[in-house]
Design a protein around this ligand. Structure first.
Ligand code: DX5
Ligand code: ZN
Length: 223
């Protein structure tokens, strides 16, 4: 175990696997189980081969819940629309390292807008891609699937990256370590062991009974 977590380990439900026709009811399930946070996946059909939702939907969610909105931008040129997501009510905005050549500027701008600044790494992107910007990051999101879809199988290559970030957490910045993709009761123990503090989960929670699913996931993660 590479050191103790800096942040309390917790589960972040990902709205991507919720029933979009009944979003309010799905959000209430998260509140009832005190998730504290809601992970919102924004996709543009370019950076990833799928489309979801944008600022107007996030704004309506913001108006109807006090859950932390953890907005994961899977979009090209995210620096062009940071203001829109901040105005919509995002608490944290995460951009992908692969589409952010001026990552230091982009993360700093997210903080200026009053949001927590996150940076995400695709499975093929090394941890070193963010090493020099950890001082301006509040969150590092390790993708454990290729982004774009829910319900994919967990890629164990994420574990080494999580462990590297846990080591760097001691010396290079005060950021939370998050993991996203294929997190379920089978894979959760290994991601927590490696260093993840925020466990983003979609299909493991929203497919079937949310209450018993989140209880099982929390149990397996020891949180
Ligand atoms: C995938 C998204 C994830 C997605 C995870 O591109 O970033 O947040 O909801 O879904 P599961 O938990 O089903 O792998
Ligand atoms: Zn996500």
């Amino acid at each position: 175990m590479p050191g103790q977590p800096k942040y309390q380990v917790h589960v972040a439900p990902s709205l991507l696997s919720a029933d979009f026709l009944h979003l309010e009811a799905e959000i209430r399930k998260c509140e009832a189980e005190q998730s504290g946070v809601l992970h919102c996946d924004v996709m543009d059909g370019h950076f990833v081969p799928n489309l979801t939702f944008g600022p107007p939907i996030i704004k309506r969610i913001r108006e109807n819940t006090s859950l932390e909105l953890d907005v994961h931008l899977m979009i090209e040129a995210p620096e062009r629309s940071l203001e829109s997501y901040a105005e919509a009510g995002a608490n944290a905005i995460t951009v992908h390292a692969e589409v952010s050549p001026h990552l230091h500027r982009t993360l700093s701008r997210i903080r200026e807008l009053g949001c927590r600044a996150g940076v995400a790494l695709n499975p093929s992107t090394p941890a070193s891609a963010v090493e020099h910007v950890l001082g301006v990051a509040d969150l590092v999101l390790v993708m454990s699937v290729n982004p774009g879809f829910g319900g994919q199988a967990f890629l164990p290559l994420a574990l080494e990256k999580l462990a590297t970030l846990r080591l760097w957490q001691q010396s290079k910045g005060d950021f939370m370590i998050s993991v996203d993709g294929g997190v379920d009761p089978q894979t959760a123990p290994s991601v927590v062991e490696a260093g993840a503090e925020r466990l983003v989960a979609g299909s493991a929670l929203f497919r079937g009974d949310f209450k018993s699913n989140i209880a099982a996931l929390r149990r397996s993660a020891g949180c």
